[in-house]
Write a protein that binds this ligand. Structure first.
Ligand code: PEP
Length: 250
């Protein structure tokens, strides 16, 4: 089965609303006509404005987080209905920065994944090991655990639409990229895990990204690996290098 590549920018806590307008207007023409699916995952305050600017384009709107309750007394949180109504189709769940700084657990990640599906959006489920865990030799065990818990209660049909982002924590924002072989090894293990949970068809359909210091200069070799279906891009989503990543095949 051939999977369409998916390249998602994770803006993190960058760009004020007016700066967001400028960046979207700069990038829009540069990523038009890409072979890959393109997603801009932007801070909550920018979602409405960026959504307006993306209307009529092939670029999908994404969020960086969501809360797992429908609504109510959760000051400061953003509900899945709010995202859906604003035109969001992808939501990053369980980014390592949320796991580290906001103490998000695998169980919360699972609740969020289920909610995102309930509202007919697509989760980009982040998994990854720290440098210490890699050196302890537990990378594959840990990733399998993260994937299995994230997908608890997710149906086969839902899983086929999901995106999993393998992001080694030691490679995020550090300039240290996993080798293409390291990235492929873990992405293949994730696909194997999905096959165990569901079946081969689901494993063949699910899209698995690599994330961690991807740049225009290294995207082609990483995305060329058989189990890597694109990337989740942090730093390089904030400038025109993002267009080089998106157009890695041109
Ligand atoms: C990320 O934030 O998901 C990420 C991969 O960041 P960077 O590309 O900056 O390493």
């Amino acid at each position: 089965m051939s999977r369409t590549k998916i390249v998602a920018g994770n803006w993190k806590m960058n760009k004020t609303p007016s700066e967001a307008v400028a960046l979207v207007n700069e990038l829009k023409p540069l990523v038009a006509g890409a072979d890959a699916d393109v997603v801009f995952c932007v801070p909550a305050i920018n979602i409405t404005k960026v959504g307006e600017l993306l209307e009529g384009t092939d670029i999908a709107l994404g969020a960086e987080n969501v809360y797992f309750e429908d609504k109510g007394a959760y000051t400061g949180e953003t509900s899945p209905a709010m995202l859906k109504d604003a035109g969001v189709s992808y939501v990053i769940i369980g980014h390592s920065e949320r796991r580290e700084y906001f103490k998000e657990t695998d169980e919360e990640v699972n609740k969020k994944v289920l909610k995102v599906f309930e509202y007919d959006m697509t989760p980009i489920i982040c998994v990854g090991e720290t440098l210490a865990q890699r050196e302890q030799g537990v990378t594959i065990d840990l990733i399998r655990q993260q994937v299995k818990i994230a997908l608890l209660g997710v149906s086969k049909e839902q899983a086929q639409k999901a995106v999993i982002a393998y992001e080694p924590v030691w490679a995020i924002g550090t300039g240290k990229v996993a080798t293409k072989e390291q990235a492929q090894e873990v992405c293949a293990a994730i696909r194997g895990c999905v096959a165990e949970i569901y079946d081969d068809a689901t494993a063949a359909a699910i899209r698995i990204q690599y994330g961690g210091s991807v740049k225009g200069a290294n995207a082609k070799e990483i995305f060329g690996m058989p189990d890597i279906d694109g990337g989740l891009i942090g730093g390089s989503s904030l400038n025109d290098d993002f267009a080089k990543i998106v157009n890695y095949d041109k």
